[in-house]
Write a protein that binds this ligand. Structure first.
Ligand code: GTP
Ligand code: MG
Length: 398
């Protein structure tokens, strides 16, 4: 690849592998003077100066430190003015190499900045960074499809509409992209859902059921859960942070009050609260204690296995909140699939085809909003500029 314009007068180094201990670590060196730096830092294992590298050369060498004995490393030229050094995976070995490169004038950069510099398309680099944080296969597969080709195709189509002054068609396409931000903006961090409601309703049991793991303590004593418990789960392939909260209701007990205050603190960060109620209890009274706005709550009646026949004890429509209710048994698993589908419907607006471009960083979203404004204002120059900044090519030809 061509050298990015920002690297015409400097050399950068970055640790490309995890900062944690590993068997082997990889350090990248990039810039117009990278060859010179490599020949200063490395020598052949016979002690002679290095022969020049060519693209694809891989060599066993010795890294020379000013203060430490030399270390055996493998060096490779993987692009014009771009090298990688593979060394022992301990943090000390890597930091010695980075420091030595720094002493010879190179700047140390993060692996995220390295990806931006070494990929001609900023969107591809952003997708690679996001991929390292993907918590589910579905998100990983969507992020893998955020290639320069997919985005270029979309950007080219919108540009053609703009240049032929088909403003309404251009706006339609831009609006569709902007709308996908509702999913794309949450793909990496996911959504937050909490189990809230009166003590003993089965919140912790439901938490364990959704997690498919016996994580939270479940007990017939009301007020069992005191601390918030968090876990990341995949619901239909979407990452969701699930929070189990202490039972919520009137109490004089200072400990329970403190626990409830903790629960209340989470309400501001919630995308959805599952208001869990015991189906065998007095439901009408309990519903008055709803503590979240209706658009962020889904009512769940638990313990339906305790009803002799569902129709006999089932809550009626008038008892349910306007947003509907779900009947489940955390004990037997009945109704859980329907509940999961309902949660996903509430959290994830619309469908995404796997190869569709979807904005997933604030940078992309920001430029899309600028593009929308420019297209609405029928301003060709501002529209084309926003399109260019959105795709943002990193390099200039060598
Ligand atoms: N039969 C039946 N019992 C359940 C069900 N879910 C929970 N329970 C029982 O209800 C009791 C309370 O369950 P928990 O999950 O601890 O309830 P909780 O809402 O977390 O309670 P707190 O932490 O005290 O607020 C326990 O004895 C559970 O075994 C269910 O679906 N069916
Ligand atoms: Mg509990």
């Amino acid at each position: 690849m061509a050298v990015p314009p920002t690297l015409c007068d400097r050399i950068v180094v970055a640790q490309l592998t995890s900062p944690n201990r590993g068997a082997i670590a990889s350090v990248g060196i990039l810039g117009l003077g990278a060859e010179r730096l490599i020949t200063r830092l490395l020598r052949s294992i016979s002690g002679r100066p290095l022969r020049p590298f060519t693209l694809g050369t891989v060599r066993l060498c010795e890294f020379q430190f000013a203060q430490y004995p030399p270390e055996k490393v493998i060096a490779a030229q993987i692009g014009p003015h771009q090298f990688e050094i593979y060394c022992h995976g301990g943090p000390v070995a890597v930091s010695r190499i980075l420091t030595a490169a720094q002493q010879h004038g190179a700047s140390v950069i993060s692996w995220e900045d390295w990806l931006s510099l070494t990929h001609p398309s900023l969107i591809t680099a952003e997708a690679l960074v996001a991929l390292t944080q993907a918590k589910t296969r579905r998100v990983a597969s969507i992020l893998s499809a955020q290639t320069a080709e997919n985005w270029d195709r979309e950007i080219r189509t919108i540009r053609e509409h703009i240049l032929s002054q088909a403003w309404d068609t251009a706006l339609e396409r831009v609006d569709r992209l902007v709308a996908r931000w509702a999913i794309g903006g949450r793909m990496v961090d996911g959504w937050v859902v909490a189990l809230v409601g009166p003590p003993n309703a089965g919140k912790s049991s439901l938490f364990n059921r959704l997690l498919a793991e016996d994580r939270a303590i479940v007990h017939p004593t009301a007020g069992t859960t005191r601390d918030l418990l968090r876990a990341t789960i995949s619901l239909d392939g979407w990452p969701v942070t699930l929070i189990d909260t202490p039972g919520y209701g009137p109490t004089d007990d200072p400990l329970e009050k403190a626990a409830m205050a903790r629960a209340r603190n989470t309400f501001t960060e919630l995308d959805l609260g599952l208001f869990v109620l015991d189906v065998t209890q007095n439901r009408a009274a309990l519903l008055e204690e709803t503590i979240l706005p209706p658009d962020r709550i889904l009512t769940v009646f638990n313990k339906i296995d305790l009803l002799s026949t569902h129709s006999a004890g089932q809550p009626s429509g008038s008892e349910s909140c306007q947003t509907g209710f779900y009947l489940v048994s955390a004990k037997t698993g009945e109704g859980i699939a329907e509940l999961v589908a309902a949660i996903v419907r509430r959290l994830v607006p619309g469908e995404l085809a796997s190869d569709e471009p979807v904005p997933f960083t604030s940078r992309q979203h920001g430029w899309l909003e600028s593009l929308r404004q420019a297209v609405q204002g029928r301003d060709p120059a501002a529209s084309c500029n926003a399109l260019k900044r959105l795709g943002c090519e990193n390099t200039i030809p060598e």
